[in-house]
Design a protein around this ligand. Structure first.
Ligand code: ATP
Ligand code: MG
Length: 682
C-alpha cells in the first residue's frame, strides 16, 4: 500500500484520502489529528492534486507550527507553508502593502502596555501594571472578536465579561490606544490580521493574485479560532471550499481571548458536503491515562452539543495515574524532583518529562528543586533557545566556518568544539546547560542529514535561521517546565501536573463564573492528555514550608481519586468488562431498574443535554398523539433522560440503552438518532 497511508487507521485514512474540498476532523486529544492533516497535505501533493507551494497550513502557536513543519518535512513535503495565522498575515500584508496602502511600512507595536499606559494617563485613570494588563486583555478580546470601541459595552455585557473597569472607561482607553497607534503609524498583531483581511476583501486584484497562489487551506487546533482569524480565513478562501480543519472542542482554552469552538462544530452545517471524520482511538496515552482524561472531561458542563467524545486508549497498559497531597509547595516540588530522578534512573529521557502548571510563577519552586537534584531542565516561555548567548556564539562560529569536509554532524561538532562542546558533559550548573544547548545543535544537524542527505554547512545555517525565526527550539536534553496553555498539542512520556489547588486551578478570578471555570477544567483535560505513560497529579496545602495549611485541592479532582471513590478507580480501564450493569459516573454496581436505564446511580450527577431532552419530549408528545397512545408507551421519562444523557450516535448506542429493544428501534430509532444528530451539528 501507499507508504503515506500506512500507519493510519481507517477513519484517519478517510480524511487523508478525501478529495479536495471541505474536510473536518472532530476528535479528542491524542487521536492523531495533527498526524492526519500532515498526511493529508503530503497525500494531496504526492498525487498531484495540489502543488506544495499552494498549500497554506495555519495554527495558533509558533511551537505548534514548528511541529507541523517538522512532520511535513519527515513526509518529504517541501515548500508548503505551515505557520501561525499571524505569521501568514504579516507576510501577506508586507507583500501587498505597497499596492493597497502604500507609503512607509508599518512599525509593529512592541510595547503595547506602554501605549495603553499613555492612553490611561491622558484620561486620568490608574496606571499600575496590573490595571494596564487587564485593560490590554479587554482590548485584545474586543479586537479578536471584531468589536469596535463604541460597541464594547454592549458586547462585553452580552458576553458576560467580568470587566476590570467601567465599560465607558475601557471604551475611552481603547479609543485612545487606537489613536496613539495611528499617530505613530504602528500596527499591533490584531491590526495585521484585520488589514490582511481588508486587503483581500476590498481589492479584487489582490484577492485574485492571492487566490491563484494559495489553493489549499488547512487549520490545526481550529477550536481556538477567533472571529478575527475566521475573517482572515474567509478572505483567503473567497468562494472556494478547499479547507481542512481539525480540532477538539474540549481543548478550547483561549475563549477568554475571544476564541470559540463554534466554527469547528458548525463546519458540517456550513459545508454540508464536507467529509466529516470523528476519531476516538487515542494513540498517545495508556488506557489508564485515557480513562482519567475521559473522567475529567465527562464532568464538563455547558458543553456545546457535538463536543462529546469518549477516547479509547490504544497503547499497552501502563501504570495508574498517581495523586499526592503535600503539606506545602516546597515538599511537593522536592517530591516531584525525586520522582523525576527515579524515572531518569530507570531510563526515561529528561526531554520526555514535563512539569505543567497553571501560572508561570509556579515554575520557580520546581526550578529550584530540579537544580538541587542536578536535573537539567528548560522553561518554556523562559529564555528562548536561539537567544541564549552560547547559541548565538555558536551560530556565528558556524557561519564563518567556511567549507569543511565530512558529514554534516561531524563538521558541526568540530566547529562547536571551538566554542566549548567537549566530548564529555560538564558536571552541572550553567556549564552543563551551555553544553546541552550546543549538543542540541548537533542533533539538529543529525536530523537534517537524515531528512536531506548531503546537506552542507550553509544549508544547516539556513535551517537554524528558519527555526530561530519560528522560535522552534530543538529538544534540549532537559525536563520541560511549561504552563498548561503552552503545552497544547505536545506530548511527553511522563507528565507532572502540579499545584492543583483551588485558586490556582481553577484560577481565582474564574470562581463564580461557570464558563470560566469550565475553561479551567478543559485546561486540566489538556494537561492530563499530554502524558503518554506516567501521570502524576499533586497539590500542596500551604505555599511556604511549614505554613498554615489553608489551601484546598482542586474541585476538579473530585471523584477522581481512587481512595475516596473506591468504585471510581481510574485504573478500572484495566479491568475486563463487568457483567453487572455499572454506573458510568462512579462505576458502582446498579440495582434499581431506573438506575440501570440511566446507566448511573440516581444519586450521581446527571449530565443531561437539556435542549435535547426538551426536543425529545416534544417529539414524544407528537408521536403519542399520532399513535393515539399515552406518552410513556413511546418512551418512559427515564428512557428519554437516558437518551439525552448518553446521546447515542448510532443504532448500537441506542440499543445499549436499556428499555430500547428491536421493536422500539424499528419504530423510533431513526427519529431519535435524527434528533440527537441534529443537536450535535452533524
Ligand atoms: P492533540 O489534540 O493533543 O493535538 P492530536 O489529535 O493532534 O492530539 P497527534 O499529535 O497527531 O494527535 O497524535 C498523537 C500521537 O499518536 C502521536 O505520537 C502520533 O504519532 C500517534 N499516532 C497518531 N495516529 C496514529 C496511528 N494511526 N498509529 C500509530 N500512532 C499514531
Ligand atoms: Mg495536535
Amino acid at each position: 500500500m501507499d507508504a503515506l497511508l500506512e500507519g493510519l487507521d481507517p477513519e484517519q485514512r478517510a480524511a487523508v484520502e478525501a478529495p479536495r474540498g471541505p474536510v473536518c476532523v472532530l476528535a479528542g486529544a491524542g487521536t492523531g489529528k495533527t498526524r492526519t492533516i500532515t498526511h493529508r497535505i503530503a497525500h494531496l501533493v504526492q498525487r498531484g492534486h495540489v502543488a506544495a507551494g499552494q498549500v497554506l497550513a495555519v495554527t495558533f502557536t509558533k511551537r505548534a507550527a514548528g511541529e507541523m513543519r517538522t512532520r511535513l518535512r519527515a513526509l518529504e513535503v517541501h515548500g508548503a507553508q505551515a505557520v501561525t495565522f499571524h505569521a501568514a498575515a504579516s507576510r501577506q500584508l508586507r507583500y501587498f502593502w505597497p499596492r493597497v496602502i502604500g507609503g512607509p511600512r508599518w512599525e509593529l507595536v512592541d510595547h503595547k502596555i506602554r501605549i495603553i499606559g499613555r492612553a490611561a494617563t491622558r484620561l486620568g485613570l490608574p496606571t499600575e501594571a496590573e490595571a494596564l494588563r487587564d485593560l490590554a486583555s479587554e482590548i485584545e478580546w474586543a479586537k479578536a472578536s471584531l468589536i469596535a470601541p463604541e460597541d464594547y459595552p454592549a458586547a462585553a455585557a452580552r458576553a458576560q465579561r467580568d470587566i476590570p473597569a467601567p465599560a465607558e472607561q475601557i471604551v475611552r482607553v481603547y479609543q485612545g490606544y487606537e489613536a496613539l497607534k495611528a499617530e505613530a503609524q504602528m500596527l499591533d498583531f490584531d491590526d495585521l490580521l484585520l488589514h490582511t483581511a481588508a486587503a483581500l476583501e476590498d481589492n479584487a486584484e489582490v484577492a485574485q493574485e492571492f487566490r491563484d497562489r494559495y489553493r489549499c487551506f488547512v487549520v490545526d487546533e481550529y477550536q481556538d479560532v477567533t472571529p478575527l482569524q475566521q475573517r482572515v480565513l474567509d478572505a483567503w478562501l473567497g468562494d472556494r471550499d478547499d479547507l481542512t480543519v481539525v480540532g477538539d472542542a474540549n481543548q478550547t482554552i483561549y475563549s477568554f481571548a475571544g476564541a470559540s469552538p463554534r466554527p469547528l462544530l458548525d463546519f458540517p452545517r456550513r459545508f454540508p458536503e464536507a467529509v466529516v471524520v470523528r476519531l476516538e482511538r487515542d494513540y498517545r496515552s495508556t488506557p489508564q491515562v485515557v480513562a482519567l482524561a475521559n473522567e475529567v472531561i465527562k464532568w464538563a458542563r455547558g458543553r456545546p452539543a457535538g463536543s462529546r467524545l469518549r477516547l479509547v486508549g490504544q497503547r499497552p497498559e501502563g501504570p495508574a495515574p498517581v495523586f499526592h497531597e503535600f503539606d506545602d509547595e516546597p515538599s511537593e516540588a522536592a517530591a516531584v524532583a525525586a520522582k523525576i530522578k527515579k524515572l531518569m534512573d530507570n531510563g526515561v529521557a529528561a526531554s520526555e518529562i514535563a512539569i505543567l502548571y497553571r501560572v508561570n510563577a509556579q515554575s520557580e519552586a520546581y526550578e529550584q528543586a530540579l537544580a538541587s537534584f542536578g536535573i537539567p531542565y528548560l522553561v518554556r516561555g523562559g529564555e528562548r533557545f536561539f537567544e541564549r548567548a552560547e547559541v548565538r556564539q555558536a551560530m556565528i562560529a558556524l557561519r564563518s566556518a567556511g567549507s569543511v569536509e565530512g558529514s554534516l554532524p561531524l563538521v558541526v561538532r568540530s566547529v562547536l568544539a571551538r566554542v566549548g562542546l567537549s566530548d564529555e558533559p560538564p558536571a552541572g550548573g550553567a556549564a552543563r546547560e551551555r553544553w546541552e544547548s550546543l549538543l542540541a545543535l548537533v542533533e539538529v544537524a543529525e536530523e537534517l542529514e537524515a531528512a536531506l542527505p548531503g546537506a552542507d554547512l550553509p544549508r544547516f545555517c539556513a535551517e537554524l535561521d528558519m527555526r530561530a525565526e519560528a522560535q522552534h527550539p530543538p529538544t534540549v536534553e532537559g525536563v520541560t517546565l511549561a504552563s498548561l496553555h503552552a503545552a497544547k498539542g505536545l506530548e511527553w512520556d511522563a507528565v507532572f501536573l502540579v499545584g492543583l489547588v483551588e485558586g490556582t486551578l481553577p484560577i481565582q478570578y474564574a470562581d463564580g463564573d461557570e464558563a470560566a471555570v469550565e475553561e479551567e477544567r478543559r485546561l486540566l483535560y489538556v494537561g492530563v492528555t499530554r502524558a503518554r505513560e506516567h501521570l502524576w497529579l499533586s497539590w500542596g496545602l500551604s505555599r511556604a514550608a511549614g505554613g498554615r495549611k489553608y489551601r484546598r485541592r482542586s474541585r476538579f479532582l473530585y471523584g477522581l481519586l481512587p481512595d475516596e471513590h473506591p468504585a471510581a478507580r481510574v485504573a478500572r480501564a484495566a479491568t475486563p468488562k463487568k457483567e453487572k450493569p455499572t454506573c458510568r459516573v462512579c462505576a458502582g454496581v446498579l440495582v434499581e431498574a431506573q438506575a440501570v436505564k440511566l446507566g448511573r446511580c440516581l444519586s450521581c450527577p446527571s449530565d443531561v443535554d437539556e435542549e435535547l431532552l426538551t426536543r425529545l419530549r416534544a417529539w414524544r408528545s407528537e408521536r403519542a398523539r399520532e399513535l393515539k397512545v399515552p406518552a410513556y408507551v413511546v418512551f418512559t421519562d427515564a428512557t428519554l433522560v437516558a437518551i439525552a444523557e448518553q446521546r447515542p450516535m448510532d443504532t448500537a448506542g441506542l440499543v445499549a440503552i436499556s428499555g430500547i429493544g428491536a421493536s422500539k428501534l424499528d419504530k423510533f430509532g431513526s427519529d431519535v438518532l435524527g434528533l440527537v444528530r441534529a443537536g450535535s451539528g452533524y
